[in-house]
Design a protein around this ligand. Structure first.
Ligand code: ATP
Ligand code: ATP
Ligand code: MG
Ligand code: MG
Ligand code: MG
Ligand code: MG
Length: 269
């Protein structure tokens, strides 16, 4: 193209901070819904887990992975999603603000765009927002520990919330009473309350609630219709064609142990 004439104002560009992410490190962007405690109440989320909301979050994360470059894995739970960019990405010259703002804005606009597909007759009452942060991890081990930390958080919160809402919804305790009842209890105590008082085996609860959602790229066969070119007598007819495409596919599995990483060595290669 034509070289742009520089104005005398051009120097103000030098006031921009350099926020390049350290070379060869994993770049993680984590988003979290702003004040979703209130958002969940206002939009009548089921407690403790609204599966519509979780599936909508995952749809938004799939959109982010498809629209942006170089995301190799994402992990979501509750109102948060983490996106991992490949170690050697050079997207936007590795500028943290570009990663974070593109992820957050694409995710937030998708949340509004796809709302109706998941919530049907529940209207969206106000525009939701998401905060974002960037963290850079220098090794495969620290990245795996980061993802393990988020999944452990999912487990701890979900176990607590499952007992808490059973006490409120099934035993008629007030939220304050349920909270008091759970004060100081360990995981084993919570499992025991669920089993003895509510006949719930925590391990039978849905995997999506207990483990969160992992998104990785996988080949999937897709059926599409294609107009037939030849032979002439079939012109204009449509045929079903199976194409293999690579898509962000949701998995509901443990990522803390080694098994997941052994099964999918291409993620960290
Ligand atoms: P902040 O702005 O600081 O993030 P927050 O209210 O969003 O405040 P979080 O710690 O992010 O606080 O917690 C998110 C809250 O959103 C949960 O505690 C829960 O009340 C609600 N929530 C999010 N997703 C769901 C869901 N799928 N089903 C039910 N409730 C949900
Ligand atoms: P990038 O992702 O790098 O920002 P871009 O295509 O958005 O790429 P910009 O330099 O931001 O590039 O330029 C925005 C472009 O959008 C303009 O060049 C113009 O073509 C178009 N555009 C934006 N606003 C308007 C508008 N109000 N009317 C007509 N065209 C517009
Ligand atoms: Mg928070
Ligand atoms: Mg939040
Ligand atoms: Mg949160
Ligand atoms: Mg632009």
């Amino acid at each position: 193209g034509v070289a742009m004439a520089k104005s005398k104002f051009e120097y103000v560009r030098d006031f921009e901070a350099d926020d390049t992410c350290l070379a060869h490190c994993w770049v993680v962007v984590r988003l979290d819904g702003r004040n979703f405690h209130r958002f969940a109440e206002k939009h009548n989320f089921a407690k403790p887990n609204d599966s519509r909301a979780l599936h909508l979050m995952t749809k938004c994360a799939q959109t982010v992975m498809q629209e942006l470059e170089d995301i190799v894995i994402a992990y979501g739970q509750s109102d948060e999603y983490s996106f991992v960019f490949k170690r050697k990405t050079n997207w936007f010259k590795r500028r943290a603000s570009k990663f974070m703002t593109h992820v957050a804005s694409q995710f937030a606009s998708s949340y509004v765009f796809y709302w109706r597909d998941y919530f049907e007759e529940q209207p969206l009452l106000y525009p939701p927002g998401f905060d974002g942060r960037v963290v850079v991890y220098p090794s495969n081990q620290t990245l795996k520990d980061y993802l393990s930390w988020r999944q452990a958080d999912c487990h701890i919160n979900n176990l607590y919330n499952t007992v808490f809402w059973a006490l409120v919804q099934q035993s008629g305790l007030t939220p304050a009473q349920a909270q008091e009842r759970l004060q100081g209890t360990l995981a084993a105590d919570k499992n025991e309350i669920l089993f003895s008082e509510f006949n719930i085996n925590y391990n039978d609860e849905p995997l999506m609630y207990r483990k969160g959602t992992v998104l990785i790229w996988q080949k999937v066969g897709e059926v599409t219709t294609k107009e037939v070119k030849l032979p002439a007598e079939m012109e204009g007819k449509k045929m079903a064609v199976i194409r293999t495409r690579t898509k962000p596919v949701p998995l509901y599995c443990d990522i803390i142990g080694d098994a997941f990483w052994k099964e999918h060595p291409e993620i960290l290669h």
